[in-house]
Write a protein that binds this ligand. Structure first.
Ligand SMILES: [Zn+2]
Length: 160
Protein backbone atom coordinates (compact mmCIF):
# COMPACT_ATOMS: atom_id res chain seq x y z
CA UNK A 1 0.00 0.00 0.00
CA UNK A 2 1.41 3.40 -1.02
CA UNK A 3 1.38 6.39 1.29
CA UNK A 4 -0.43 9.33 -0.22
CA UNK A 5 1.54 12.56 -0.72
CA UNK A 6 1.46 14.53 2.51
CA UNK A 7 1.28 18.18 3.38
CA UNK A 8 4.77 18.90 4.73
CA UNK A 9 3.42 19.78 8.18
CA UNK A 10 1.74 16.40 8.63
CA UNK A 11 4.83 14.46 7.59
CA UNK A 12 7.07 16.49 9.88
CA UNK A 13 4.95 16.00 12.98
CA UNK A 14 4.23 12.34 12.23
CA UNK A 15 7.99 11.77 12.16
CA UNK A 16 8.18 13.40 15.60
CA UNK A 17 5.48 10.97 16.79
CA UNK A 18 7.39 8.05 15.23
CA UNK A 19 10.50 9.10 17.14
CA UNK A 20 8.46 8.71 20.36
CA UNK A 21 7.22 5.29 19.17
CA UNK A 22 10.83 4.19 18.63
CA UNK A 23 11.72 5.29 22.17
CA UNK A 24 8.79 3.19 23.43
CA UNK A 25 10.09 0.22 21.39
CA UNK A 26 13.49 0.62 23.02
CA UNK A 27 11.72 0.48 26.39
CA UNK A 28 9.89 -2.76 25.48
CA UNK A 29 6.56 -0.99 25.26
CA UNK A 30 4.00 -1.41 22.49
CA UNK A 31 5.51 1.24 20.19
CA UNK A 32 2.96 4.01 19.97
CA UNK A 33 4.03 7.64 20.11
CA UNK A 34 2.30 10.97 19.69
CA UNK A 35 2.76 14.74 19.70
CA UNK A 36 0.19 17.47 20.34
CA UNK A 37 0.79 20.45 18.05
CA UNK A 38 -0.73 23.91 18.42
CA UNK A 39 -2.29 24.96 15.12
CA UNK A 40 -1.39 28.67 15.29
CA UNK A 41 2.24 28.37 16.32
CA UNK A 42 3.06 24.89 14.89
CA UNK A 43 4.81 24.22 18.19
CA UNK A 44 4.82 20.85 19.94
CA UNK A 45 2.94 21.34 23.21
CA UNK A 46 3.46 17.81 24.52
CA UNK A 47 4.89 14.43 23.60
CA UNK A 48 3.81 11.00 24.74
CA UNK A 49 4.63 7.34 24.29
CA UNK A 50 3.16 4.16 25.71
CA UNK A 51 4.15 3.47 29.31
CA UNK A 52 1.80 0.61 30.17
CA UNK A 53 4.56 -1.87 31.05
CA UNK A 54 6.83 0.59 32.86
CA UNK A 55 4.00 1.90 35.02
CA UNK A 56 2.06 -1.40 35.14
CA UNK A 57 -1.03 0.59 34.23
CA UNK A 58 -3.12 -0.41 31.21
CA UNK A 59 -4.38 3.16 30.72
CA UNK A 60 -0.93 4.72 30.16
CA UNK A 61 -1.36 5.03 26.42
CA UNK A 62 0.71 7.60 24.53
CA UNK A 63 -2.22 10.00 24.12
CA UNK A 64 -3.04 10.07 27.84
CA UNK A 65 0.64 10.38 28.76
CA UNK A 66 0.88 13.44 26.47
CA UNK A 67 -2.26 14.92 28.03
CA UNK A 68 -0.79 14.50 31.52
CA UNK A 69 2.45 16.13 30.37
CA UNK A 70 0.44 19.09 29.06
CA UNK A 71 -1.51 19.36 32.31
CA UNK A 72 1.72 19.28 34.30
CA UNK A 73 3.30 21.96 32.09
CA UNK A 74 0.26 24.17 32.70
CA UNK A 75 0.15 23.62 36.46
CA UNK A 76 -2.99 21.48 36.17
CA UNK A 77 -5.08 24.36 34.88
CA UNK A 78 -7.64 22.18 33.07
CA UNK A 79 -9.42 25.17 31.55
CA UNK A 80 -6.20 26.53 30.02
CA UNK A 81 -5.27 23.08 28.70
CA UNK A 82 -8.72 22.59 27.16
CA UNK A 83 -8.39 25.96 25.41
CA UNK A 84 -5.00 24.91 24.02
CA UNK A 85 -6.30 21.53 22.87
CA UNK A 86 -9.28 23.03 21.05
CA UNK A 87 -6.71 24.76 18.80
CA UNK A 88 -4.39 21.77 18.47
CA UNK A 89 -3.83 18.67 16.37
CA UNK A 90 -2.79 15.27 17.65
CA UNK A 91 -0.35 13.22 15.58
CA UNK A 92 -0.24 9.62 16.76
CA UNK A 93 1.48 6.68 15.08
CA UNK A 94 -1.41 4.23 15.55
CA UNK A 95 -5.12 4.98 15.41
CA UNK A 96 -6.28 5.79 18.96
CA UNK A 97 -8.13 3.02 20.79
CA UNK A 98 -11.74 3.52 21.87
CA UNK A 99 -10.70 4.69 25.36
CA UNK A 100 -8.30 7.31 24.02
CA UNK A 101 -10.56 8.43 21.19
CA UNK A 102 -13.34 9.16 23.65
CA UNK A 103 -10.95 10.81 26.12
CA UNK A 104 -9.51 13.01 23.35
CA UNK A 105 -12.98 14.19 22.48
CA UNK A 106 -13.70 15.05 26.13
CA UNK A 107 -10.39 16.94 26.27
CA UNK A 108 -11.48 19.12 23.35
CA UNK A 109 -9.17 17.76 20.64
CA UNK A 110 -11.01 17.66 17.35
CA UNK A 111 -8.23 16.96 14.85
CA UNK A 112 -6.34 13.68 14.95
CA UNK A 113 -3.93 12.28 12.39
CA UNK A 114 -2.77 8.74 12.80
CA UNK A 115 -0.16 6.61 11.07
CA UNK A 116 -1.73 3.19 10.75
CA UNK A 117 -5.09 1.74 11.60
CA UNK A 118 -5.85 -0.24 14.72
CA UNK A 119 -8.23 -2.88 13.38
CA UNK A 120 -8.84 -4.60 16.70
CA UNK A 121 -9.29 -1.72 19.08
CA UNK A 122 -9.48 1.36 16.90
CA UNK A 123 -11.82 4.12 17.97
CA UNK A 124 -11.55 6.48 15.00
CA UNK A 125 -13.53 4.60 12.42
CA UNK A 126 -12.22 1.02 12.49
CA UNK A 127 -14.55 -0.02 15.30
CA UNK A 128 -16.65 3.00 16.21
CA UNK A 129 -16.87 6.44 14.67
CA UNK A 130 -15.50 8.91 17.22
CA UNK A 131 -13.41 11.38 15.26
CA UNK A 132 -12.79 12.66 11.80
CA UNK A 133 -9.21 11.69 11.08
CA UNK A 134 -6.51 11.45 8.53
CA UNK A 135 -4.05 8.62 7.98
CA UNK A 136 -0.45 9.78 7.73
CA UNK A 137 2.74 7.82 6.98
CA UNK A 138 0.78 4.57 7.14
CA UNK A 139 3.58 2.29 5.95
CA UNK A 140 6.28 3.64 8.24
CA UNK A 141 4.04 3.64 11.31
CA UNK A 142 2.93 0.08 10.61
CA UNK A 143 6.54 -1.04 10.25
CA UNK A 144 7.40 0.19 13.77
CA UNK A 145 4.52 -1.91 15.12
CA UNK A 146 5.59 -4.92 13.02
CA UNK A 147 9.12 -4.55 14.34
CA UNK A 148 7.75 -4.70 17.87
CA UNK A 149 5.75 -7.87 17.27
CA UNK A 150 8.75 -9.46 15.54
CA UNK A 151 10.89 -8.71 18.61
CA UNK A 152 8.08 -9.98 20.81
CA UNK A 153 7.99 -13.35 19.05
CA UNK A 154 11.76 -13.61 19.38
CA UNK A 155 11.87 -12.70 23.04
CA UNK A 156 8.85 -14.84 24.02
CA UNK A 157 7.92 -12.23 26.57
CA UNK A 158 4.20 -11.84 27.12
CA UNK A 159 2.66 -8.41 26.98
CA UNK A 160 -0.94 -7.65 27.64
ZN1 LIG B 1 -5.45 4.25 23.83
Amino acid sequence: MEDEPLPERHGHFMHEALAEARLALAENEVPVGCVIVHNDTDSILARGRNRTNIEKDATRHAELVAYDALLHANEYDVEAVTTLLRASTLYVTVEPCIMCAYALRLMGLTEVHFGCRNDRFGGCGSVVEVHTTGSTLNTEAASVVSEFYWLLRRSRVLYT
